[in-house]
Design a protein around this ligand. Structure first.
Ligand code: IMP
Ligand code: MG
Length: 174
């Protein structure tokens, strides 16, 4: 099936927003080291760009969970595919995500990470679809709230494609 991509947020808009979030985090974590936890694969593009704009010391770790197959709807099933390499004990952790949709993935993940004893635990997401929320999740840093449309780019995929787009686009099926 052919699909078209309509630009929702340009590269300039996304970059500007990431710069703002980077500055905000740098201010709020002054005197501390932030430990960024990237949720693969979607969060990786956002995390790298964000990390470059944070001026306090940064360490990084990665984990992979699965909640989506190649469908465009959440299955509600969350599985840890790859766990973090390092403990979170006494670290100031920020979980970096591409998008909060139903909230199922994040609420499961945050509860699990909290049990590992971080000094603080915050959530930063590039995109948020509040209309789609099924499970309540507290988001500390949000890039953009977007309408209920399936988006790709900046790490987000449609059947594993389009992650490399430097902007956020809406998939239009014809
Ligand atoms: P949640 O558990 O429903 O919040 O799902 C979160 C995950 O679903 C995200 O990390 C994405 O991987 C995926 N997802 C949700 N909405 C979209 C979308 O519009 N485009 C691509 N992936 C999405
Ligand atoms: Mg994700």
């Amino acid at each position: 099936m052919a699909e078209k991509i309509r630009i929702l947020l340009t590269e300039e808009e996304v970059n500007k927003k990431i710069q703002e979030i980077g500055e905000q985090i740098s201010k709020e974590y002054a005197g501390k080291q932030v430990h960024l936890v990237c949720v693969l694969k979607g969060g990786s593009f956002f995390m790298c760009e964000l990390a470059k704009r944070i001026t306090v010391p940064v360490s990084l770790d990665f984990m992979s969970v699965s909640s989506y197959g190649s469908e465009t709807k959440s299955s509600g099933i969350v599985k840890i595919v790859k766990d973090l390499d390092e403990p979170l004990k006494d670290k100031d952790v920020i979980v970096v995500e591409d998008i909060v949709d139903s909230g199922r993935t994040l609420s499961y993940l945050l509860e699990m990470l909290r049990k590992r004893g971080p000094r603080s635990l915050a959530l930063c997401t590039l995109l948020d679809k509040p209309e789609r929320r099924v499970v309540d999740v507290h988001v500390d840093y949000t890039g953009f709230q977007i309408p209920d449309e399936f988006v790709v780019g900046y790490g987000l995929d449609y059947d594993q494609r389009y992650r490399n787009l430097p902007y956020i686009g809406v998939v239009e099926l014809d």
